[in-house]
Ligand binder design. Structure first.
Ligand code: AQP
Length: 329
């Protein structure tokens, strides 16, 4: 039996190069060897306020970007989280197994709540819903960027907790994190990860940014002092981040990049980097436009939800039985 893979992306803004390198590129690879489930996690997106029209548009856009990036709906199930109600119900059950202290320790919550006057309770409990997303399919492997590692640890703890209390049932999922590019940083501040919900659009490269905008954003990206193109995340975080992006988009190693720009300074490096990013994204953007204009996304999502629902509903029924819920007649 091939191992089962589950992952998701929030339709909370325009997908970035960080989402692509940290997550989607691995989705595309894994579909060749694993049973894959990739979802647009719309229930997570509403943990921060969303305009209804924008949420609908972004949900379709994320699904279309999955396909444009190379996910084949004949190989992998692509669906919207809210189309499979078992996620929300198991999410509640997982919330009841989660301790406040565990949620309070989540760095993503702390980052997103920082400086806000009022923060929705959904943002606080979201890791329990994420645990349900994974456990409802008994997934073996979860391809994510580095920022999701802590949430995955919680998922593993919750699965173990459930198994201890109610008898062995859940598979304990493993993270699958890229070696380079697991955390692509902001273009304006290498201390922060690149994020689609960052209000400053110059901080990220969106997968659908036009070529000239990509060139402009990269030429204005912050760089460390000095002029040597060298990979040193502690000493040269900005250049190291740009080098990781270069390595992914051009398909070369960090050593090759350092060798290529020896003695040339940052200018030539950034100029070439922009062209590699543009070249990597152009075919994806062309496919995206085709898919959106074909109007296929609704059907792809419908078929995906139909395929995965039987598994999710069975897990939910098993879990409820183990927890002592009376079965409906
Ligand atoms: N900067 C990043 N580098 C590498 N991987 C990243 N991911 C996100 N940012 C980077 C990975 O992309 C997947 C989708 O993430 P998500 O949409 O569920 O939410 P997120 O992790 O919170 O990503 P964003 O872009 O920062 O979204 P917002 O701004 O809405 O919170 C995950 O696998 C994540 O690790």
């Amino acid at each position: 039996m091939p191992k089962r893979v589950l992952s998701g992306i929030q339709p909370s803004g325009q997908l970035t190069l960080g989402n692509y390198i940290g997550a989607i590129q691995n989705f595309v690879k894994l579909q060749e060897t694993h049973e894959c489930f990739f979802m647009v996690v719309d229930l997570h997106a509403v943990t921060v306020p969303q305009e209804p029209a924008a949420l609908r548009e972004q949900t379709e856009a994320v699904a279309a970007l999955f396909i444009a990036a190379g996910i084949d709906p004949a190989k992998a199930s692509v669906f919207a989280q809210s189309h499979v109600p078992a996620h929300a119900e198991l999410g509640w059950l997982m919330t009841t197994l989660t301790y406040m202290g565990e949620l309070e320790r989540m760095t993503q919550f702390k980052d997103k709540a920082a400086g806000k006057e009022s923060v929705g309770a959904g943002l606080f409990v979201y890791p329990a819903l994420m645990a349900a997303d994974i456990l409802v399919y008994n997934a073996d492997l979860v391809p994510v960027g580095d920022d999701q590692k802590q949430h995955l640890e919680l998922t593993r703890d919750l699965a173990q907790r459930f198994n201890t209390r109610f008898g062995d049932y859940f598979t304990i999922p493993e993270p699958y994190i890229p070696k380079i590019g697991a955390r692509i940083m902001s273009l304006d501040d290498a201390a922060k990860k690149m994020s689609k919900s960052n209000p400053n659009p110059a901080s990220f490269i969106a997968l659908l940014d036009p070529p000239d905008m990509i060139r402009k954003k990269i030429s204005r990206a912050t760089t460390d002092s000095g002029r040597e193109v060298a990979f040193d995340p502690a000493g040269k975080p900005e250049i190291s981040n740009l080098m990781s992006i270069y390595a992914h988009c051009a398909g070369v190693t960090l050593e090759e990049i350092a060798g290529r720009y020896e003695g040339q300074g940052y200018g030539a490096f950034k100029k070439d980097l922009a062209e590699h990013v543009v070249a990597a994204l152009e075919p994806l953007q062309a496919r995206y436009r085709e898919i959106r204009s074909s109007g296929e996304i609704g059907d792809i999502l419908k078929r995906g939800a139909e395929r995965v629902s039987a598994i999710a509903n069975q897990t939910l029924a098993d879990v409820k039985e183990r927890m002592g819920f009376l079965a409906p007649r």
